[in-house]
Design a binder for this molecule. Structure first.
Ligand SMILES: [Mg+2]
Length: 324
């Protein structure tokens, strides 16, 4: 199977929606920008043995390679529209590509994202996805807009993916439904696209949580001019599964430092608090206020148990042993 057969068979759709002037199969794609909108671009690479272990399910990889990119657009408040996919494959394995494309294209269809180009070639397994989104001019949410006194909010629950990673690394297929759920949080993250778009005009800054709360919130504080934050440990949203599998203290430590959750962390001026609370009801997705931005640099933890946790050495390093 050559490059063109792979594209024809698995990634080409019959026709393109409005906005795509020229799609896959020419030297470049041509897209029409909606009037009055700005373009947001993001790209992310997943390398075997670095970002995922050898033998990771192809369906999950297809989903995750697009999901992590849509998560970046969500953090900017952009509506995802187009994607490009570069696939480096050790061999053209029909089953593998069929499962991968199913995972990728199902998530693309869910958000009306159109695949408009890409490349395939032979080599060690590596997936690069580039996504293009749009938003009304001047409304992008960046990492740099937080101000002292802004509230800090989090979508979903934190720490699940890193606990799931521990289960994967243990190498035993879990039978416990909580463990299975935590592994799904690692392998099939859900990008918070709808929430991200709803935060335009409300959030002062936002980031998606790929490296862990302390590290990623640290980016917001840094780019907002060297600010700090006070977080209430008891407010950290941890899932019932995380609590059941590893107990409160380990679950909270994972919530602070564990990566790969792809939830959104955003800051909100107090005057918008009621609107954020209303969003939770509208979207039926948990959103939790966990603390406040302050002028003094550094992240401090408060609450009765806060001495059990530390804020140093945070950050998520991707490193898979070969064959692990
Ligand atoms: Mg990101």
């Amino acid at each position: 199977m050559d490059e063109f057969e792979i594209i024809d068979r698995y990634f080409l759709r019959g026709s393109y929606p409005t906005g795509v002037v020229v799609g896959i199969s020419d030297d470049g794609a041509v897209i029409e920008n909606p009037a009055g909108e700005e373009t947001v671009l993001a790209t992310d690479t997943l390398v075997e043995s670095v970002h995922f272990p050898v033998g990771t399910n192809a369906l999950d990889l297809g989903h995750k390679s697009l999901a992590v990119n849509l998560s970046d657009l969500a953090a900017m408040g952009a509506v995802p529209r187009w994607a490009l996919l570069n696939l480096v494959l050790p061999q053209a394995d029909d089953d593998w590509i069929s499962q991968f494309s199913l995972g990728f294209m199902s998530l693309a269809d869910e958000y009306d994202v159109v695949l408009i180009g890409g490349d395939t070639c032979r080599g060690p397994l590596c997936i690069t996805v580039t996504v293009v989104g749009t938003l009304p001019a001047g409304t992008a949410i960046t990492r740099g807009g937080a101000r002292p006194g802004d509230q800090i909010w989090i979508s979903g629950s934190l720490g699940d993916a890193s606990i799931g990673l521990g289960i994967v690394q243990a190498g035993v297929d879990p039978a416990d439904p909580d463990e299975v759920w935590l592994m799904r949080r690692l392998n099939a993250p859900q990008p918070r696209v709808t929430l991200g778009c709803s935060l335009r005009g409300l959030a002062s800054a936002a980031i998606d949580l790929s490296d862990g709360l302390l590290a990623d919130l640290g980016h917001i504080l840094h780019y907002s001019g060297g600010l700090g934050a006070v977080l209430e440990v008891s407010l950290l949203p941890v899932s019932p599964a995380a609590l059941a599998v590893c107990g409160q203290r380990a679950a909270r430590s994972s919530a602070l430092a564990g990566g790969d959750d792809y939830e959104l962390c955003f800051t909100v001026p107090r005057r918008h608090e009621a609107e954020i609370e209303a969003l939770e009801k509208q979207q039926d997705h948990q959103i939790t206020k966990i603390g406040e931005v302050c002028a003094d640099e550094g992240i401090q933890l408060t609450g009765p148990d806060s001495k059990h946790y530390n804020v140093t050495g945070a950050g998520h390093l991707h490193n898979w042993p070969d064959g692990g």
